[in-house]
Design a protein around this ligand. Structure first.
Ligand SMILES: [Fe+2]
Ligand SMILES: [Fe+2]
Length: 230
């Protein structure tokens, strides 16, 4: 059992207690792309957040979560191959299934409500930029990076390790760009809260965008902070 404090990094906290990601998202605390700095540093730049209250909520929800019988996943004990299988199943498959239908929703609400809500044009642009970038990113991981990791785990060949390191640097930059696009989408959509009286399509689009953000932040967190932690 841990007690979290401001010397822990958001990435460490989410690794032990995945549900902390909800609290971090609410408070716009990065735990995936720039999550490896101590909470102290992030909070110093966010004077509106009460540090004591945040830690209290974090530790209380963690205690409740443990009392409900949840267990921390010790990722150190999970092989890289198992972790890749998990990422493929929970995150890559999700994106392969979700990106096209969600694109139709984003386009539909822009078409129908764009005049009254000009930010929907920007949302349409950001979403499709994200979609295009992440689709290419998935191809690179699935056809290059992950097969190299599987081969390396089999052979321990140092040449492969060097190639993985080079490729992973590009992937990390792409994670940062994808994370930034999601943050911008959250920003312009009032934290994915639809306006009062919004139609069903509007609500569904925002709810699915919020899920996309959660799933992708978790995805990037696993790749940056566990799979390829240097
Ligand atoms: Fe991935
Ligand atoms: Fe990735």
């Amino acid at each position: 059992m841990h007690t979290f404090n401001i010397d822990h990094t958001p990435a460490e906290i989410v690794r032990l207690f995945p549900k902390a990601s909800d609290l971090f998202k609410e408070n716009k605390i990065d735990f995936c792309c720039g999550g490896d700095k101590p909470l102290r540093e992030t909070l110093a730049k966010k004077p509106a957040i009460n540090e004591g209250e945040l830690l209290q909520v974090l530790n209380d929800t963690y205690t409740e979560w443990k009392e409900e019988g949840n267990k921390e996943v010790d990722w150190e004990q999970v092989s890289r191959i198992e972790l890749i299988d998990h990422i493929m199943k929970e995150h890559h498959q999700y994106l392969h299934q979700e990106l096209d239908p969600l694109s139709q929703f984003v386009t539909k609400i822009y078409r129908v409500h764009g005049q009254a809500n000009p930010h929907l044009r920007q949302l349409h642009k950001l979403y499709h930029q994200f979609k295009e970038d992440i689709e290419a990113h998935l191809v690179e991981e699935e056809t290059q990076l992950f097969p190299l990791v599987r081969r390396y785990e089999d052979s321990g060949d140092p040449d492969l390790a060097a190639k993985i390191e080079v490729l992973n640097k590009d992937m990390e930059e792409e994670h940062q760009a994808a994370g930034d696009l999601l943050k911008e989408m959250r920003e312009i959509t009032n934290d994915f809260v639809p306006p009062e009286g919004a139609c069903n399509s509007y609500r569904i689009t925002y709810a699915r965008l919020a899920d996309l953000e959660s799933n992708t932040f978790e995805h990037i967190h696993l790749e940056n902070n566990i799979l390829f932690k240097s």
